[in-house]
Structures are given as C-alpha cells and as structure tokens.
Ligand binder design. Structure first.
Ligand SMILES: Cc1cc2nc3c(=O)[nH]c(=O)nc-3n(C[C@H](O)[C@H](O)[C@H](O)COP(=O)(O)O)c2cc1C
Length: 177
C-alpha cells in the first residue's frame, strides 16, 4: 500500500476481532512510532504496550470515550514528559501526534485497525501503567484486526473531511480563496 492510499483510506476502527495481534504486526507498528521525527530529535516518549485483558478493561474506564480499548487486541499508551508542566514545549505533543499517526498508518497497511482514546483520569492511568509522576499519558491507541474486515475497504464517509477549498489559503489568510 502506498502512503498516499493509507492516508486517504484510513478510518478510526473501534470494534475489534478477538484475534491477538501477530507479533510481527505489533513490532512493525511500534517500529513506525520509533522512527517518527521529533523536534531536535529529542524523542521524548515511551510507549507502554498492554495486551493483558484485565488491564485493557481497566484502561477503557479512563475517559468517557475510551470504551473501545476494552475490546482491542493491544493498547499502546503514549507517555511523554508532562506537557502541562511549567515551561514545557508545545513540540512534545506535536511530536507525539506524528508518532501516533505513523503507528496507525502502518497498522492500516497491515490490516490492523486503530483508534485514539483520550485519557481523562491521569492519576488512575499512572497507577495502572506505572510511569513516573513527572510523565503524562494524554492518549492511548487501540489496535486490533477489525471485527468487520470490510471496514478496511469501505469507501470514505461523504462529508467526513472538510473540502480543500475550505481550508486552503493562497499566499495569505485573507486573499486568494
Ligand atoms: C487527539 C485525538 C483524540 C481522540 N480521542 C478519541 C477518544 O477518546 N475516543 C474515540 O473513540 N475516538 C477518539 N479519537 C478519534 C476521532 O474521533 C477520529 O479520529 C475522528 O472522528 C475521525 O475519524 P475517521 O478517520 O474514521 O473519519 C481521537 C482522535 C484524536 C486525533
């Protein structure tokens, strides 16, 4: 699959088959995160891979929209220095978004669905995942083979993204729309 095709066809998948992820698929996904670029190549991240069913169920309660984590074959918790700490650089979250996108796109190429889950309960997340108090997990990623394999080839939802002419500005924000 070409990068362009993966970018164009990837959808959020929230319902997963109970089949565990093949080890080589999991490794390829994590490699995609490892290879992500970052400001000054700081690579300020760690990825906690969770495959234990009970821990996945517990992670699925960390926010109102985390339910899909319970049925995932694996969750990858994206852990960084606390971006809310005084003086923390915005590039921490910029970098992490790139790493997450690479993981989800490579997953898609491999037939693995994924979806982010925003963590609201920070203290409980730290307790479940065991990272230090100066680190933070804003988002976890669910991964798994889709419950419905047709989800991988379904056409994009009409209106699912704003059209180019709504978001592109030529030369300046106010001219050339
Ligand atoms: C930063 C971020 C946080 C997200 N958090 C959640 C979440 O907590 N739960 C969820 O089900 N989806 C979450 N999503 C997934 C979005 O809802 C999804 O990417 C968007 O609706 C587009 O879906 P589509 O690619 O299938 O069109 C999140 C996405 C991003 C980028």
């Amino acid at each position: 699959m070409h990068v362009r095709d993966a970018v164009h066809t990837k959808r959020a998948i929230r319902e997963f088959s109970p089949t565990p992820l093949r080890e080589d698929d999991m490794t390829a996904i994590l490699e995609a995160g490892r290879r992500a670029h970052s400001a000054k190549n700081f690579q300020r991240w760690g990825f906690v891979v969770v495959q234990d069913r009970e821990r996945l169920a517990a992670l699925s309660t960390l926010g109102p929209w985390c339910g899909h984590v319970a049925g995932a074959a694996a969750a990858v918790a994206l852990v960084t220095p606390d971006p809310h700490a005084e003086g923390a650089s915005l590039s921490i979250t910029w970098d992490l978004g790139g790493a997450a996108a690479q993981m989800m796109l490579v997953a898609w190429e491999l037939g693995v669905g994924s979806c982010p889950a925003t963590v609201y309960q920070q203290a409980r997340a730290r307790e479940l995942l065991g990272y230090p108090s100066d680190m933070h997990c804003e988002v976890m990623l669910s991964f798994g083979y889709p419950a419905d394999p047709e989800a991988l080839t379904r056409p994009n939802r009409v209106g699912g993204r704003r059209p180019l002419d709504e978001l592109i500005h030529h030369e300046t924000w106010t001219e050339g729309r």
